[in-house]
Write a new protein. Structure first.
Lengths: 333, 333
């Protein structure tokens, strides 16, 4: 069986360099890493990482808790995490939680049992039974818990919803419905607050029946928009808390014989890749998905390695993207 | 520090049951598992899984190599893997390879170093430098390498493409273009073979300029369809090797003033969730994404645990889904 000395000989570097390449790949040059990796493969040397992990109690693995891996916004976030993790020498364990707290806790416990070094949580839950439990490196992104010490990375969701609502008001719309995400999510509450603030500033009464609760799926956009059109005063614009629900809503409204945006405006949230390719192309709020991922991984790395660079609450930029699914309100003639 | 005895006392079960719950969660009832997990959390007992992994040389982790995690078809496959893995007591490590062979090898080496027990590869590459290298548990799904002993799970891609092409021919189309995936992929070659076979059976000449190579992105559907319409004899139907390229193509063709399907038919492949919600709803080949994932995980589990149930080559069912993006060929008047 090959030893670290065999690798060192073939690679033409010191044993210490081989060891460092294995344990801290981010601390050696890409060139050295390549040479050493080639030598490891050539000699079929097994660095016995489990033995090393056992000694150091570090797994060089992080866990990502994703509410729904089939959501195209989250897959871009995961890609950002993955790419940064690879550069830092970390592997990414994926937990598709479906928002289930037991699943979150099961995955989070992998850190307590030293199978992983830290957690990136994409949902607004703390994945521990006891919030005051033992300290676990964690970063909460996208949809963030309030009032804890856990570092968060998010956009200003209230402001984004306020800006989109203001834009719809500027087009002459007064009856603006909103299709939300799950009611207990922080982003749902933040965005609802922004929506209400914009209405209030424009002296438009808030109408409770203009709110329909969705679950971020295409189907819930369909059913919610159908319900909203049965209101005593149907809306002339619908703002959806993600692009899938906006696409579901447009599909349903077209089926009902309505033209978008001539008869009704629809706006989304996230700017997934399909938004631009939809018919009509979707007006939406663009979020920096990959940046969410890379910033989260960098922050978690700093926490795990006890660096002093940790920013508690980071806000990333958003952008209102105006395309063709929204247009001026037209009085009925 | 809590011991396994503390957990056993609080849970009211034997030490052996606690141990079995930790090491083989699939071998105890859901009820027992819940009670033991609650006791582990209450006592803050650390089962020291790294120490156990070190002794047994099992990590209870598998690696999934995904060419593109942002592809909605793959995220459904990953969900299938994840759900079955959880039931079997395995964690899923995710490698977003972007088709890069060095990245594939880096991830695959995690098995050689005992950080993972096996690999599920979604792309038609063998992720080792040396194909005759040491035995590593691996299952190859969706896009499969030919002529190896590696267990594969796929649909009959040649037959699926043949059936879709036959359907387009049955609508009266004779000039049928095809937008492919990367040329070196097995599924591209299989599907091209099926397409050519259907043309030959209908005595329609194969025209090389009717082939355009894409990369599965929305954008490549746009550029490929634009190019195809510059042909001396532009196609009256375009068959795309995934739904994203079909959506990109429809967007582009509409921009050029063409009506779908009155002026030109477009078909896709995969039946991603957006296909049904597109305008017009997409005719496509439905693939059982979640089943790919669950079958792959079950097969890998059998390989890792040396069960005798391993089927070398599995074919799953596909279905031609006819929606509104395809219609009869109309002679110009």
């Amino acid at each position: 069986m090959a030893t670290i000395r065999d690798v060192s000989k073939i690679a033409g570097v010191s044993v210490a360099t081989v060891s460092r390449t294995i344990s801290k790949p981010d601390k050696v040059s890409a060139k050295t890493r390549k040479i050493v990796e080639a030598a490891i493969i050539e000699t079929d040397y097994k660095p016995d990482i489990l033995a090393r992990n056992f000694r150091t109690r570090k797994s060089s693995t992080i866990v990502v808790l994703v509410p729904d891996i089939a959501n195209p916004f989250f897959s871009r976030v995961i890609r950002g995490i993955e790419q940064t993790a690879q550069g830092l020498g970390y592997a990414v364990l994926l937990g598709d939680t479906q928002g289930d707290r037991n699943r979150e806790i099961t995955y989070a416990n992998m850190v307590k049992t030293s199978q992983a070094d830290g957690i990136i949580q994409l949902d607004s839950h703390i994945p521990f039974e006891n919030e005051n439990g033992p300290y676990v490196p964690i970063v909460n992104i996208c949809d963030c818990v309030r009032g804890t010490d856990i570092p968060t990375i998010e956009i200003d969701n209230a402001l984004a919803a306020e800006k989109m609502t203001e834009y719809l008001i500027s087009l002459g719309h007064k009856s603006i419905a909103i299709i939300t995400g799950p009611v207990d999510a922080t982003i749902t509450q933040d965005r609802l607050r922004g929506y209400k603030k914009a209405l209030k500033k424009a002296k438009i009464d808030f109408v409770p029946e203009n709110i329909s609760v969705g679950d971020y799926s295409l189907l819930s956009g369909t059913t919610s928009s159908h319900d909203l059109m049965q209101n005593t005063h149907p809306p002339s614009a619908i703002f959806c808390m993600n692009d899938e629900m906006a696409i579901g809503a447009i599909t349903q409204l077209k089926k009902m014989g309505l033209r978008i945006p001539e008869d009704i405006s629809v706006a989304g949230f996230d700017d997934i890749s399909f938004a631009e390719y939809y018919d009509p192309p979707l007006t939406t709020v663009s979020q920096p998905a990959e940046e969410f991922g890379s910033k989260a991984m960098q922050t978690l790395y700093n926490i795990i390695n006890k660096n002093d660079l940790i920013q508690k609450h980071t806000f990333l930029d958003f952008e209102i993207i105006i395309r063709k699914s929204t247009g001026p309100f037209k009085y009925e003639t």
